[in-house]
Ligand binder design. Structure first.
Ligand SMILES: N[C@@H](CCC(=O)N[C@@H](CS)C(=O)NCC(=O)O)C(=O)O
Length: 213
């Protein structure tokens, strides 16, 4: 059985947990005590992930990190959600790279600083992150005005990647994004209707933390 190292607040882990469920694949969650510094421990990095990040997927003796690589591995292995033609597969890769660099990255940094950071967020940093994430949301919103899913007419791992953080409570970011980006909101609802979807805080281990700042 797969093992997924993850924690409740981790949208990057949710991308993989949701895909495993959509594929009907059982897995054992392994709690990463991220909020108490587990992934900064040199011993954890040595044994689990030199990059110091969740998620990590274990498939027997194989260990894979980076949600995009894990999604791609699972789509190939189970023959689903990977795109159906070489052109689609390339588009899937293109959007996963955009997600990792911009869409998830700026949003996750903003949300973490606003809700879970150890110190009050710096307003100048938050304003910069907000500007960057809004540009990324605008790009995805425009794209989704033309297509029901990111690549073609059916969900792919690009959708699992980009939507990973969209199912967390709005109060954790306070940006009212789903009202401001209606095509993103409609797509999030389509993803939520897929088999296996469960809210992140009901799916992954670790206590829920109310927004701090
Ligand atoms: N690109 C990576 C990002 C993973 C990532 O940033 N994970 C967070 C938790 S959601 C983390 O472990 N961050 C640790 C850090 O940035 O130091 C992926 O998609 O797996």
């Amino acid at each position: 059985m797969y093992k997924l190292h993850c924690f409740a607040q981790s949208g990057n882990s949710f991308k993989v947990a949701f895909l495993l469920r959509a594929l009907g694949q059982a897995y054992e969650p392994v709690f990463v005590d991220f909020m108490n510094g587990a992934s900064r421990d040199p011993a954890w990095r040595e044994a689990t992930n030199e990059m110091g990040e969740a998620p990590i997927l274990e498939d027997g003796t194989r260990r894979i990190t980076q949600s995009g690589a894990i999604l791609s591995y699972l789509a190939d292995k189970h023959g689903a959600y990977g795109g159906t033609t070489p052109e689609e597969k390339l588009e899937v890769l293109r959007w996963i790279l955009f997600d990792n660099h911009k869409f998830t990255s700026y949003f996750a940094s903003y949300r973490f600083s606003k809700s879970f950071g150890p110190v009050a967020p710096d307003p100048a940093v938050m304003a910069w992150l907000k500007g960057r994430l809004e540009v990324a949301y605008d790009i995805v919103n425009k794209h989704l005005a033309k297509t029901p899913f990111m690549v073609g007419n059916a969900p792919t791992i690009a959708d699992f990647s980009l939507s990973g953080y969209a199912f967390y409570p709005e109060e954790e970011n306070g940006l009212d994004l789903l009202n401001r980006y209606p095509h993103v909101a409609a797509w999030v609802a389509r993803m939520q209707a897929l088999p296996g979807w469960v809210a992140p805080y009901d799916l992954m281990p670790g206590d829920r933390i109310l927004p701090k700042w």
